[in-house]
Every structure is written in structure tokens, then in C-alpha cells.
Design a binder for this molecule. Structure first.
Ligand SMILES: [Zn+2]
Length: 139
């Protein structure tokens, strides 16, 4: 499908989209946390890798990864314009995710990552189960 934006508009648009901490997905996760009475979380704490949520007492770090920016296997799209630039950029993002996971785990954190596409009504039960498991298990 042809891009409805010019290359310049497209890069400007992409630059404005944050790689994580997407407002809409964060609010969706907050709704899930509240609905299931999961307590003790904080947002945007200055923790390595800037997790979207942390449970400081349980040392659980939660990330909600955007399907495009983190190259979700189901929804990742390969921009046609500047293909090489995007291929490299998304590879760097994935490498950074792995570095963040490793660093946090070594520091005694449990890391839970959700995809943007997990945040649906149907995905809710799995999200809660994964969070509860992480909160129960000592790091
Ligand atoms: Zn996805």
C-alpha cells in the first residue's frame, strides 16, 4: 500500500512517536492493574532502561513495547522509504531491549514485557497472570 505521507512527513511523524511509554498503552495497562487490584506499582521511576511501570518493593519492571518500534514479530512493518535506515534503527532498538533486560536482571529485577498488541480485552487475563507470577517469584 502506498504511503499517504511524503518521506519528510513520514519521518517527522515517526520521530514524534515515542519508542515506549506510549500514552494509550500505558493507560490501558493502568486500567488492567486497577481492575485486578494489583497494587504497589509506580510509573516512570528513574530505573535503568526507563520501565513504564515498576513494582519497587517486589523489584519487578514492566515494559509495554510498541509493535513497530520494538519490531513485534506479528505486526512489525518494514518501511519502504529509507529501508536501510529503519532496518538498522529497529535492530538497535531490539539490541537495547536485550541490554536493558540483562542489566536489570543482573541487578535483581524481574523484567516483564508486554506487546502493545497484548493490551486487549482478550489479552487481559494473560497479562494479569504474568504479572502475578512475576510478583510472586523472588528475583
Ligand atoms: Zn504486535
Amino acid at each position: 500500500m502506498a504511503d499517504i505521507f511524503s518521506p519528510t512527513e513520514r519521518s517527522r511523524l515517526m520521530a514524534r512517536i515515542r519508542s515506549h511509554g506510549n500514552q494509550r498503552t500505558e493507560l490501558a495497562l493502568i486500567r488492567v492493574l486497577r481492575a485486578h487490584h494489583l497494587k504497589g506499582w509506580r510509573r516512570h521511576r528513574p530505573v535503568f532502561g526507563r520501565p513504564d511501570f515498576v513494582f519497587p518493593q517486589r523489584r519487578v519492571a514492566v515494559f509495554v513495547d510498541g509493535c513497530f518500534w520494538h519490531a513485534c514479530p506479528r505486526h512489525a512493518t518494514q518501511p519502504q522509504h529509507n529501508a536501510e535506515f529503519w532496518r538498522r534503527k529497529l535492530a538497535v532498538n531490539r539490541a537495547r531491549d536485550r541490554l536493558v533486560n540483562r542489566t536489570l536482571r543482573r541487578a535483581g529485577w524481574r523484567v516483564v514485557r508486554f506487546w502493545e498488541h497484548d493490551l486487549t480485552r482478550r489479552g487481559e487475563r494473560r497479562i494479569v497472570a504474568r504479572l502475578q507470577a512475576a510478583l510472586r517469584t523472588p528475583a
